[in-house]
Design a protein around this ligand. Sequence first.
Ligand SMILES: Nc1ncnc2c1ncn2[C@@H]1O[C@H](COP(=O)(O)OP(=O)(O)O)[C@@H](O)[C@H]1O
Ligand SMILES: [Mg+2]
Length: 259
Amino acid sequence: MSFLAAQSVGKRFEREGRQVRAIDDFSLSVQEGEFVSIVGPSGCGKSTFLHMVGGFEPITEGSICLDGQPITGAGPDRGMLFQDYALFPWRSVIGNVAWSLEVQGQPKAQRLATAQKYLELVGLSAFSEAYPSELSGGMQQRIALARVLAFEPRMLLMDEPFGALDAQTRQLMQEELTAIWQRQRRTVLFVTHDIDEALYLSDRIVVFTARPGRMKADLVVDLPRPREPEVRKTARFSQLRNEIWDMLREEVLAAKAGA
Ligand SMILES: Nc1ncnc2c1ncn2[C@@H]1O[C@H](COP(=O)(O)OP(=O)(O)O)[C@@H](O)[C@H]1O
Ligand SMILES: [Mg+2]
């Protein structure tokens, strides 16, 4: 049995009195501890699918089960990370990371210890008393990552989390996330439009078609682990990049033609 099992998922939205089909007959299985990325043209339903897995968007066609249980709403077993890190500006770094533990009712000493541990994991323990506005975008996103990791969800749902960062910071974040993942082995569903990012991070890459989003391809990323930055320069990396790029190009053109 798969840890995450999406079966024939569909989604329709009402827009200006018309029905817009966002996702159509989409099925996906993810094993526990797997890192799976979703790529696809803009507007093909990637975020919508992630929101359904997160329990923020009702599942009206098909079903999504997590560890054998149908998803009916949000829960602490899933942690979500978005592009805009949405830290609380009035809270210190450690206050931000400890926040979800406070909501869960953990005693203060325990939650500060856990928060400190995750700040160390993202390399920011020296900044625990700083405020978000004093830190760079990359650092803020690492704090947001520490905040999600701190409540120890079984699954991480990440929607273009590094989309707002500059190219160098972005690569460093990918390396950091890979290092953390290699230590913690959480199940991750990661949405990105950056093929290199998907290749560097993932065990598998799922390619969505143009809207309505369907499964175009489900590729195993057979690059060696642990991943090192040099993998980006290998022939296999380029080959996979070209393969995915060709598929995406077709779908982006189809999306344009249909728009
Ligand atoms: N709440 C909503 N109401 C109406 N339409 C929506 C809503 N959310 C998403 N859509 C539409 O569904 C489609 C898929 O959106 P989305 O999942 O955000 O795409 P992606 O993340 O792949 O860019 C788009 O056409 C979008 O406009
Ligand atoms: Mg999106």
